[in-house]
Write a protein that binds this ligand. Structure first.
Ligand SMILES: Nc1nc(=O)c2c([nH]1)NC[C@@H]1CN(c3ccc(C(=O)N[C@@H](CCC(=O)O)C(=O)O)cc3)C=[N+]21
Ligand SMILES: [Mg+2]
Length: 298
């Protein structure tokens, strides 16, 4: 069996950021201001701090403004809601991202519901969830949109393909299933209660793993030649004492012996998530400023 092609999400994300940068500079020329993304981080989780810093750096590198708001872990929910309202009203802010998870004393649904749907570049607000479900223009969650971009780049048309999505979260599994349905795939959503998961996965031309279980999907679950998209980002102990490493939800070593193509972790879906966030922000800027943008060109 030949080795799977590696789907280079990092390189694709770089290309996407390049296109975002081009259109961001045209936006600035036409609108007389830069597009802007506000990122709100509550608390000091080290992994979240790294993500937020990377988002900020890449936003600026694309020629957009980055507004970072860091709040203490014990900030009251009312104060966070007041900040979101302020960002909703700020014409320099086109996109708002509140980093999840929030501390347990806050109601995430309530916070997301407060974001203006037209600035909700994560696509988490129920208005955008409804727009995606009904095929209206809105904002699509960054991770699943990035996965579809990688799939279409690799396969061209997805029409008629059997797709299995493992995981049913609001952030990845559910929107992923809707996007694949819109691409005319025959979609199965599998999850922790699915009977004979390996057998279900074996039917799939496209496998999207988003369960958060390190290396759960094995090579002998994969149909030869299938395209495997690994959304998992799990930090696990490395061989060397005291060190850790990142692994996906797919057992890369065995799956890459069988699959036609596969995303690595790191360097696959993760970098796409941030690049799509920047893309969504630029789209938001155009829509909110009433400037026409060919959204398929980016
Ligand atoms: N409101 C909100 N929106 C999010 O989109 C959101 C969030 N909250 N909370 C946290 C998760 C996680 N997330 C990632 C983004 C990029 C990488 C990424 O670039 N990963 C690199 C590796 C990074 C590393 O080395 O740790 C890679 O896979 O190659 C990972 C994870 C966005 N999230
Ligand atoms: Mg994610």
């Amino acid at each position: 069996m030949s080795e799977a092609a590696i789907i280079d999400g990092k390189a694709f994300a770089e290309g996407l950021r390049g296109r975002v940068a081009e259109f961001a500079s045209q936006f600035e020329a036409r609108a007389g201001r830069k597009a802007g993304l506000a990122v709100v981080l509550v608390g000091e989780d080290p992994a979240s701090q790294v993500y937020v810093r990377n988002k900020g750096k890449q936003t600026v590198a694309c020629g957009m403004n980055s507004f970072e708001h860091k709040l203490a872990a014990d900030t009251g929910e009312a104060d966070l809601l007041a900040l979101v309202e302020k960002l909703n009203a700020d014409p320099a802010v086109d996109g708002i991202l509140v980093q999840l998870p929030l501390p347990s004393h806050m109601n995430e649904q309530k916070v997301i519901a407060t974001i203006n749907p037209d600035k909700d570049v994560d696509g988490f607000h129920v208005v955008n969830v409804g727009r995606l479900a009904t095929g209206l223009p809105g904002f699509v969650p960054c991770t699943p949109l990035g996965c579809v971009m990688l799939l279409k780049d690799r396969l061209g048309s997805l029409s008629g393909l059997d797709a299995v999505v493992i995981g049913r979260s609001n952030i990845v599994g559910k929107p992923m299933a809707q996007l694949l349905t819109a691409e005319s795939c025959t979609v199965t959503v599998a999850h922790s209660r699915t009977k004979d998961l390996p057998e279900v996965v074996r039917r799939a031309d496209i496998v999207v793993a988003a369960v958060g279980r390190p290396e759960m999907v094995k090579g002998d679950w994969i149909k030869p030649g299938a395209t495997v998209i690994d959304v998992g980002i799990n930090r696990v102990p490395a061989a060397e004492e005291g060190k850790t490493k990142l692994v996906g939800d797919v057992d890369f070593v065995s799956a890459s012996q069988v699959a036609g193509a596969i995303t690595p972790v790191p360097g696959g879906v993760g970098p796409m998530t941030i690049a799509v966030l920047l893309r969504n922000t630029l789209v938001a800027a155009h829509r909110n400023a009433g400037i026409v943008l060919d959204e398929n060109a980016i």
